[in-house]
Design a protein around this ligand. Structure first.
Ligand code: GLV
Ligand code: MG
Length: 315
């Protein structure tokens, strides 16, 4: 099935080092979130909203998007997943009410590409009806169970609206019966990193389709060392950002998902030196020396990644 929205007007380079979860049913948190330095906020209609609060939360979110000051932030709403009865009304109410103030919808517990196609089609109809730019609202797909992980390549390729692949560790651990109750931490008794395969699988699918890869929550909000360790793990692999559940996790998250000043300066040096050597040689040299380090086209590409992230972080 082909998607109705092509080519893509979505912006896959939005900053997302920290993605702040805000319960959609809580006007006080919705107000407070606007002043916090997270790159992204996502207003939640799913697990942070009790079933009886969901209907009211849709309207609270529309009101907060329309009247709040979200400048400088990527604005996302997490709707309920397609196996519930809530998804279509979440989408219709939020996009009809505040579609022009919304950057993306996050779809949780995605299990196959059809679920992304369904959201894409619904969004397109609402955009047409409301006179919104068709295809501008992006999709973040949360992978939270084994079926989703197995289908992640098709999910990543399912629509030009796709912007990110998001890991949902809590639901994922539950769905595969992992023997740990501390989200993001290693199950006792396993001597290596139980998350490595999952994180790399998600990252490969994201990169193969030019999407961002976002790590999920760390629930021990009073344990900054634990947060730093878990966030550092996905940042080291190449993830673009991570959820934060509490204002106290934001500053650390922004720093962990930005390159260090030292790495940024080194990357800029590689780019300058490589450009200088290759142009001095009239385009005939493919490698050069930077101090004791040999640099070539692959080094330039690696340096471009660090330099791009550093510039985005204002280094
Ligand atoms: C988030 O939704 C998670 O399940 O970890
Ligand atoms: Mg979840």
């Amino acid at each position: 099935m082909t998607s109705p929205t092509s080519p893509s007007p979505v912006n896959r380079l939005r900053p997302r080092r920290t993605c702040l979860a805000v319960p959609g049913s809580n006007p006080r948190f919705l107000e407070k979130a606007q002043g916090l330095p997270a790159d992204q906020v996502f207003l939640d209609l799913e697990d942070a909203c009790a079933p009886l609060a969901k209907e009211g939360a849709r309207h609270t979110i529309v009101e907060a998007l329309n009247s709040g000051d979200w400048s400088g932030k990527t604005r996302v709403v997490r709707v309920n997943d397609w196996t519930t009865q809530w998804t279509y009304r979440d989408v219709v109410t939020v996009v009809e009410g505040a579609g022009d103030r919304l950057d993306c919808l996050m779809l949780p517990k995605v299990q196959d590409a059809g679920q992304i196609h369904a959201l894409d089609l619904l969004l397109t109809q609402i955009e047409r009806t409301m006179g919104l730019e068709v295809g501008r609202i992006g999709i973040e797909a949360q992978i939270e169970n084994a079926r989703g992980l197995i289908a992640v390549d098709e999910i990543a390729a399912a629509s030009p609206r796709m912007e990110t692949i998001v890991f949902g560790p809590a639901d994922f651990m539950a769905s595969i019966n992992m023997k740990s109750l501390v989200v993001g931490e290693q199950p006792p008794g396993y001597p290596a990193d139980a998350y490595h395969y999952i994180l790399m699988r998600l990252l490969m699918a994201a990169r193969a389709h030019d999407l961002q890869a976002i790590d999920g929550p760390y629930l021990q909000i009073r344990n900054p060392d634990g947060f730093a360790e878990v966030a550092g793990r996905s940042a080291a692999l190449g993830f673009d950002g991570k959820w934060v559940l509490h204002p106290g996790q934001i500053e650390a998250g922004n720093a962990i998902f930005s390159p260090s000043q030292e790495d940024y300066d080194h990357a800029e040096l590689i780019l300058d030196a490589y450009d200088w050597y290759t142009s001095a040689a009239g385009g005939t040299k493919g490698s050069a020396m930077l101090g004791e380090e040999m640099i070539d086209e692959a080094s330039r590409k690696m340096a471009l990644v660090i330099s791009g992230k550093g510039r985005a972080a204002g280094l």
